[in-house]
Design a protein around this ligand. Structure first.
Ligand SMILES: [Zn+2]
Length: 453
């Protein structure tokens, strides 16, 4: 149930690239009328404008026209992308030009070819707080100065896009699946491969219930200021390879054998719509939950409680994502502790089980006794499963201790403030409990010892 672990990244992407000029080239020009064949930013922007219009207007012919120059496989793939996207309730869906790289100008009559980074800026209605983006890299060709632009290859953008680190948010389910099913509920949009749609429909009521529980809890006891996510976009996938690749191609995570999480909430940076360079008022405008339905919570006979538990947890991460401030990620014991708190407060049997597991862990032969310290973010994720789980439980008991002793309002406000300003822990704890970090840690350790004694 690990958190995405994908760092929060700064904005600053929407700067248009510059087509490299080759004006000092003295060699003869072989293009028609002595003119060079060039792929310009204006042409690309225009193509993407038509492409966006074709998508929102349902004009399949216009949408697929730029792919006429490519392979039939590419065109088939783009046709299924179009059909998949048409099923999603978007408030915003537009393609934006980012930059051109490569031989965008040709002086030798062979035509121009370039790699073009394209953002698919979109906002799922009722779910995302702001528009977010998925980044593609298109290979674009232009045979002569009078030809239309043709797209011959589509893949993830190079994971070096300025300001966004290794993320491309690619592939989304609409890229990954030839035929994607959408199961929409009032607060959740569930995406799956069409062949797994029956499973998605079976699990959907529990995911929707978790969404409602979390939203209501936050509305009743969370702070009134600060934005949270209005709804949730969830992908359900039973094939581990497809699961790990979802939204994470090229990040290294997709091949990382140590990733054993059952679900993930992938942060999606906010990106302004309309190609505007205006700052958006949150860092993370969306998040994408992916859950592995081959995992025992989904496959056991009493799967209802399992699906509820993991959904309460993952959706809690997504819920508070827009609160993330410019200084990076909150302390992980707070991040995971809050998600576990939202899961356990709805399931007393799971809560009792988790405490028993912690007790057994510290009673284990090869484990040091409980040291009374809150887990640090650096050591939070351990390759030893039992240790990893213990950290989650300790984080949970941190949030639960505040909620039990000082009230849920104080606990949720503390979480919100830690998301906004990870460096303000001492003041935030003092505000919630009247104790600074050291004193709080001692009181929390006593509380933990009582649970596991
Ligand atoms: Zn988590």
């Amino acid at each position: 149930m690990a958190f995405g672990g994908i760092a929060v990244l700064a904005l600053g992407l929407m700067v248009f690239g510059i087509v490299r000029a080759v004006s000092d080239d003295k060699l003869p020009v072989a293009g028609k009328g002595g003119e060079a064949t060039a792929i310009t930013q204006a042409e690309m922007s225009n193509l993407l404008k038509q492409h966006s219009k074709a998508l929102t207007g349902g004009d399949k012919g216009t949408y697929l026209a730029p792919f006429d120059g490519g392979s039939s496989a590419l065109k088939t793939k783009q046709a299924s992308l179009f059909a998949n996207l048409r099923k999603v309730p978007f408030a915003v869906s537009e393609y934006q030009f980012l930059n051109i790289d490569g031989r965008a100008v040709d002086h030798y009559g062979a035509g121009a070819s370039a790699s073009v980074d394209v953002a698919f800026v979109h906002q799922v209605k009722g779910a995302d707080a702001t528009p977010v983006a998925e980044w593609y890299r298109w290979t674009v060709e232009k045979k002569t100065e009078d030809s239309d632009l043709k797209v011959t290859a589509v893949g993830p953008a190079t994971p070096k896009l300025a300001g966004f680190g290794k993320m491309t948010n690619y592939p989304a389910p609409w890229d990954a699946y030839d035929s994607m099913a959408v199961t929409a509920k009032p607060h959740t949009v569930i995406l799956s491969d069409a062949s797994q749609a029956a499973d998605a429909r079976r699990y959907a009521p529990y995911i929707e219930k978790a969404a409602k529980d979390n939203l209501e809890r936050w509305q009743a006891h969370g702070p009134k200021d600060g934005r949270t996510m209005p709804g949730f976009v969830v992908t359900l996938e039973k094939n581990r390879k497809v699961y790990k690749n979802m939204y994470r191609a090229g990040t290294g995570d997709e091949d990382d054998e140590s990733i054993s999480e059952a679900g993930v909430s992938v942060q999606m940076p906010a990106v302004p719509a309309g190609g505007s360079k205006a700052k958006v008022d949150v860092q993370n405008g969306g998040a994408r939950i992916v859950m592995d339905t081959a995992e025992s919570r989904f496959t056991r006979p009493d799967y209802a409680s399992g699906v509820l538990e993991i959904s309460h947890h993952e959706l809690a991460h997504t819920l508070v994502e827009p609160l993330t401030g410019p200084d990076g990620q909150a302390q992980l014991w707070v991040v995971e502790g809050f998600a576990e708190y939202m899961a356990m407060r709805n399931d007393s049997a799971a809560a009792a089980r988790e405490v028993r597991t912690l007790k057994a862990y510290y009673g284990g032969r090869f484990v040091d006794p409980f040291d009374g310290k809150l887990p640090t973010s650096e050591n939070f994720h351990s390759t030893i499963d039992e240790e990893n789980s213990a950290h989650y439980t300790l984080g949970w008991l941190g949030i639960r201790f505040i909620a039990e002793k000082y009230g849920e309002d104080k606990a949720l406000t503390f979480v919100a403030e830690q998301y906004k300003n990870p460096k303000g822990m001492d003041a935030q704890l003092t505000k919630a409990t009247g104790m600074g970090t050291d004193e709080f840690q001692d009181a929390w350790a006593d509380y933990v010892r009582k649970q596991i004694s």
